[in-house]
Design a protein around this ligand. Sequence first.
Ligand code: SF4
Ligand code: SF4
Length: 366
Amino acid sequence: MWRRYRRTAFVLQAAALTGLPFLEMNGESALRFDIAGLKLHFFGTVIWMNEFHLVLAGCIFLVLLTAAVTVAFGKVWCGWLCPQTVLLELAGWLVNGTSPGRRRVVVEKAVLMFFSAAASFTAISYFVPPSETAERLSAAGTVTAFFVVTGAAVYAVTALFGRSFCRSVCPCSMLQSVLFDGDTMVIAYAPDRGCTGCKRCVKVCPVGLDIRKGTARECIACAECIDACAASTGGRDGMFPVGYRGRVKRPKTFLFGAVALLSGLVLILLVSARPAVDFTVTRDALQGAEGVNSYRYSVRNNGNERLRLSLSVEGPFELIGAADVALEPYGARSGRVMLRALRRARTAVFVLRAGRVRIERRVAFL
Ligand code: SF4
Ligand code: SF4
C-alpha cells in the first residue's frame, strides 16, 4: 500500500523537477536562475539579486515547515521527498527493468550513465535557458564541465554509493533525528504481534536495517518493511508486527507548526510589500564640469505589463540625457543622467513616472 503512494509521490516529484525549467510562464522558465541577468525566474515573476531576502525567507519557511512535519510525522522528507531518494528510486526502477542475462551488468551501467546524463542536463536547465543548453554543452566551456561533474556525481550516487550517504554524512538526516521525541511518528516493530520470522522486512530495507532490532537513526521511513510484513503475515486487521507508532497531536507539534505558520506569514508580508516598480538613483563618482553632477539610476519592472518610463527632475535644474523609454515586463534598465544647476541648490528630486506609478528620489547636489 505505502509503496503505491510513494511511487505516486516520486513520479509527481520527478515530473515537477524535470519539467519546471522547460515549462514556460510569461515567456520564461517556471523556475530558473539566470546567472547572466542575476535574477531568479519564479513561476511567472522575477526575483532580482538584491531581493534575495525573499528567497532566504522562503528557504527559512521551508526549513521550519520540514521541521514541523518531522516533529509530527518523522522522516517524511527522507523517505518521500528528498531528491536523492527520488533519484535512487527512479534509477532502481530503470535498472530493474533491464532484462536479465550475461550482459546485464553492462546494460545496467549504460542505463545509469544515460540516466545520469539526463539528470545532469536537467540540472543545467535550471541555470541556462533550455533552448541554449545543447548549444552551450557543445561549446566545451563551463557548462560542459558542470555537465560532466554533475553527471559523474549522479552516477556515483546511483551506481556506486546508494544509501551510504544517507547512513553516514547526510546533515539533513541527522538534524531530523535531533527533532525526534518519544511520541514522534516512526516505523517500529512490535514483537507481540505475531512475527513469523520470515525476514522479509530485512530483505526489502533499502538501507540494510533490521527493524526488529529497533528503530535506527538511519531509517528513512520508506515504509517498505511495513508493506513486506503486511504481505508476509496477511495483514491481519492491520495488526502486523511492523507499523507506524506515535502521536501527532501534542504540544511540540503545535509549537513547531505555529512557528512555521508565522514564518509563512512573514514571507507573505514581504512578498506583498514588494513595489510594482523599483527605482534607485545614486550620485556618480565620476563627475563632469563645474555646476554639473552625474547620477546613475536603475529601474526594475516587477509586474507583467509593459511600462512607459519618464524621468524628470524637480528644482532649479536642467536634466541632461533622460529620454522616455519602454520597459518590458520584469525588465530592468539602468543608465546615467546629468543635472546642471540653474541656480544654487543643495538637493534635487528625481521623479520617475511608470504607468500609474510615480516615485520620487531625493539626491544631493554638490
Ligand atoms: S527500516 Fe523500514 S522504513 Fe526504515 S529504511 Fe528500512 S525498510 Fe524503510
Ligand atoms: S516481515 Fe514481519 S513477520 Fe517477517 S520477520 Fe519481519 S517483522 Fe517478522
